[in-house]
Design a protein around this ligand. Structure first.
Ligand code: PGA
Ligand code: ZN
Length: 432
């Protein structure tokens, strides 16, 4: 007899994320007894156009960041709506959740409560069918875009943290190194760790603070933002790897965080704020000087005109990535494609708020030849769902932070497991 995949019950609770802020964890129990657990992450440099996570707002508990209302929504109205539904029908469940919320941005039930259920349903269903989660996700994604699992996405490692993520004084949020995409994942991980350790030595030598920021990268005080890139360059030189061959640079400026409504772009490298046009010129020069492979959120999330101008200038040889610009939102992605505003999307499940809608966004990107980067948030849990997700949809890159700290390495370690499973299945399929 086939075990029932009907949903029996939902159990939700408030847990902590890596910043010490509350978030929600949900367990979906099927009638057969199979279950799935998922928790959701949260951002610090939140984009204006993201779906809305529900916070309690009670200043006496966790400074207003509690999620007891979201927990109650899962165990109350959401459970009543989806109890008895078939967990294998992800599309129908996500639609039921979206309809129940009834708003464009999920502010009624909260994107955190909806996403925790949407992901836990997929995990429960994968467990019930005894298929590894990444394969199950791939099966769900195939009707959107026919996709075969061939490789582990290339990791982009956030080695130095600034902006809202680090206690240091840098304006740019993230300074990345990216191993060449022809490297096996395990080798790419080794490159990431080698450079990470080498940066630690350099910061110690310079007597700079080498504490870490939210995503596990170092958060030093330096004179300019470009000093951080110089430190990365020095670290690569001290490693066995060659810049431009084995390893490349990437940046996430999170420019909306230092863009002033009337004043322009204010960074410590320049005495006065720069207009959009001047900041665009500055970015073109920055690219010439450092040969960036990835440049994320180089401009404010509403500065469409200059995104288009920048992409015209450098979009052919650098991935201009929309994070806050796109907010994993299909309408904003369609606009970006139409206008030529960027060449890659940073895709975060909690920006859109359900698994099926996330698939829809990835599908639009793939069909338009927009590169995809599946991403964590600065506030993470040890849930490694996004590692399976990235493999299942075959994103081009993953952005999971530094190769350090438990909540970041949970994802990298899961990719190592998947890498060996894929290798083993290749051996089986070529020998049988
Ligand atoms: P966030 O940062 O999770 O704080 O939004 C991540 C990013 O900007 O890519
Ligand atoms: Zn970003």
């Amino acid at each position: 007899m086939v075990a029932s995949t009907k949903i029996h019950s939902l159990i939700a609770r408030e847990i902590l994320d890596s910043r010490g802020d509350p978030t929600i964890e949900t367990m979906v129990v099927l009638e057969s007894g199979y279950r799935g657990v998922a928790s959701v992450p949260a951002g610090t440099s939140l984009g204006k156009y993201e779906s809305v996570e529900l916070r309690d707002g009670d200043e006496k508990r966790y400074g207003g960041m509690g999620v007891l209302k979201a927990v109650a929504n899962v165990e109350g109205p959401i459970a009543s709506k989806i109890r008895g539904m078939d967990a294998t029908d992800q599309g129908a469940i996500d639609k039921a959740l979206i309809d129940l919320d009834g708003s464009q941005d999920k502010h009624n039930l909260g994107s955190n409560s909806i996403l925790s259920v949407s992901l836990a349903v997929a995990v429960a269903s994968a467990n019930a069918s005894r298929v590894p989660l990444y394969r199950y996700i791939n099966q769900l994604f195939r009707p959107f875009v026919e996709t075969e699992i061939k490789r582990i996405p290339t990791p982009t490692f956030n080695i130095i943290n600034g902006g809202k993520h680090g206690a240091g004084n840098l304006d740019f949020q993230e300074f990345h190194i990216i191993p060449a995409s022809n490297k096996a994942f395990s080798e790419a991980l080794h490159i990431g760790v080698s450079v990470y350790k080498s940066v630690m030595q350099i910061l110690k030598y310079r007597n700079a603070v080498y504490s870490v920021g939210y995503e596990g990268g170092f958060a030093p005080n330096l004179f300019t933002n470009l000093d951080a890139l110089e430190i990365l360059r020095e670290a690569i030189k001290a490693s066995p790897y060659a810049f431009g061959v084995d390893v490349f640079f990437g940046l996430d400026l999170a420019a909306s965080t230092f863009h002033q409504e009337r004043g322009g772009y204010k960074i410590k490298d320049k005495p006065a704020a720069l207009s959009s046009t001047d900041f665009t010129k500055y970015l073109v020069e920055l690219h010439k000087q450092y040969r960036l492979l990835i440049l994320e959120d180089p401009l404010d999330e509403d500065d469409w005109e200059h995104w288009v101008e920048l992409s015209k200038e450098i979009g052919k040889d650098v991935l201009v990535v929309g994070d806050d610009l796109l907010a994993t939102n299909p309408e904003r992605l369609r606009r970006a494609i139409k206008e030529g505003a960027c060449s890659a999307i940073l895709a975060k499940p909690n920006q859109i708020g359900s698994l099926s809608e996330f698939f829809g966004v990835i599908a639009i990107a793939k069909q338009a030849d927009i590169k995809t980067i599946v991403s964590h948030r600065s506030g993470e849990t040890n849930d490694s769902f996004i590692a399976d997700l990235a493999v299942g949809v075959q994103s081009d890159y993953v952005k999971f932070g530094a190769p350090a700290r438990g909540e970041r390495v949970a994802k990298y370690n899961r990719l190592l497991q998947i890498e060996s499973e894929l290798a083993a299945s290749r051996v089986v399929s070529t020998t049988s």
